[in-house]
Design a protein around this ligand. Structure first.
Ligand SMILES: [Zn+2]
Length: 286
């Protein structure tokens, strides 16, 4: 599942490769794009807001895409995938831009982009750091929401996906199932998450441990039933059908017990992220 950091990097790759280039040919295979043709226009660049991708053209139109769980883009080479999977194909002066299996696609006037993204919380991967207080205030509107659900709710903050909704609670020692109204230190929690996703957006690939080994990119994500990497207790979890927010989840019952009031453990977060460059990001709590 692409999260905000991945979409940010994708937007930058599209801009670096194609900004200023004319579209020579355009083929769409999506019912929502019937009659749409970008041939003859120039691609100005691509931007991201949360998990939304916005590709802008010089005729004041924006191609909007959201990848959900299935979509992807090929930036540059000609695709080898069957044509029916290529929902949109643009031939640009220096290569091909292809949207594969993209579930949400549309074209809007560039001036109407706010209609698509205006309801979202601050963009975690925007060039300027997000307003942490605003994100906390948005989360506090629904104090009974479980932490993971609040992190995934893009109206609170735009960009976190399920990997962060699992990893961030583990890093700070709070259960993903703990109600947000019973968590002390939400601001620090969000600041750590923002530092992680921003550094990963700038550096990639997505990594929440700071370790170089590909096998240790994540602490507990998709490791349900295996020993906790900190205390060796058997990790618990939910399938996407079991969890109230309909996504797989994993947590350590010893490191992340549910309590009437639970504090974010900053010392634990600093220890776990000692090797991660997010520790040195200005967003990381001092
Ligand atoms: Zn543990």
């Amino acid at each position: 599942m692409p999260e905000g950091d991945t979409i940010r990097r994708l937007a930058e790759r599209i801009s670096q490769r194609f900004a200023g280039q004319r579209c020579l040919r355009c083929v769409t295979r999506d019912p929502r794009l019937v009659g749409v043709d970008f041939a003859g226009t120039a691609l100005l660049g691509a931007a991201s807001f949360g998990k939304h991708l916005l590709i802008r053209f010089d005729d004041h139109r924006t191609l909007h895409a959201h990848l959900l769980m299935t979509g992807s883009w090929i930036v540059g080479p000609a695709p080898t995938e069957p044509e029916w999977r290529r929902r949109v194909e643009l031939w640009l002066e220096d290569g091909r831009l292809t949207g594969l299996d993209v579930p949400i696609l549309g074209v809007v006037p560039t001036t109407a982009e706010a209609d698509l993204i205006g309801h979202l919380g601050p963009d975690l991967c925007a060039p300027e750091p997000p307003d942490i207080d605003e994100i906390v205030a948005r989360i506090e509107r629904v104090p009974e929401a479980p932490l993971a659900g609040a992190l995934l709710d893009q109206r609170n903050a735009a960009g976190f996906g399920n990997i962060y909704a699992v990893e961030l609670p583990f890093i700070v020692g709070v259960s993903p199932n703990q109600a947000t109204g019973t968590i002390a230190g939400l601001g620090a929690l969000i600041a750590i998450g923002a530092a992680l996703i921003r550094v990963n957006a700038a550096r990639g690939p997505q990594n929440t441990t700071g370790r170089k080994l590909a096998t240790a990119d994540h602490w507990v994500y998709s490791r349900r039933g295996r020993p906790c990497p900190i205390c060796a207790t058997r990790l618990e979890g939910w399938s996407d059908q079991q969890s109230p927010w309909h996504r797989v989840s994993t947590w350590c019952p010893a490191c992340q017990p549910i309590e009437p009031m639970r504090s974010v453990d900053l010392d634990r977060a600093r220890r776990l992220l000692a090797l991660h460059p997010a520790r040195r990001d200005p967003t990381f709590p001092a």
